[in-house]
Design a protein around this ligand. Structure first.
Ligand SMILES: [Zn+2]
Length: 92
């Protein structure tokens, strides 16, 4: 049930966790981890340092930072928020 709620957040899970990216994997699909913690609910959290550039506006490390030539210091989400009505979020 908890996993279903986390999956429902989709890409917005990263905003809830205040990280640049968040993915939900089965325990068999674990990647190399720099740090791990195990909760009393059997959830394993792996923290991996992102190799992507940091966005100057939101400070998230995203693979699309610099793809917009007009705003090379921003990620795609921040470009949307700066030049248009902004992103649509459902949960967070
Ligand atoms: Zn950004």
């Amino acid at each position: 049930m908890r996993m279903k709620k986390l999956h429902a957040l989709k890409d917005e899970l990263r905003f809830l966790l205040i990280v640049s990216d968040a993915k939900i994997n089965s325990s068999e699909a674990r990647a190399e981890a720099r740090a791990r913690e195990r909760s009393e609910h059997g959830v394993v959290v792996e923290v991996i340092v992102s190799q992507h550039q940091k966005c100057a506006r939101c400070w998230q490390r995203r693979d699309d930072v610099g793809t917009d030539k007009t705003h090379p210091e921003l990620c795609g989400r921040c470009v949307l928020n700066v030049v248009s009505e902004g992103e649509m979020r459902e949960f967070a």
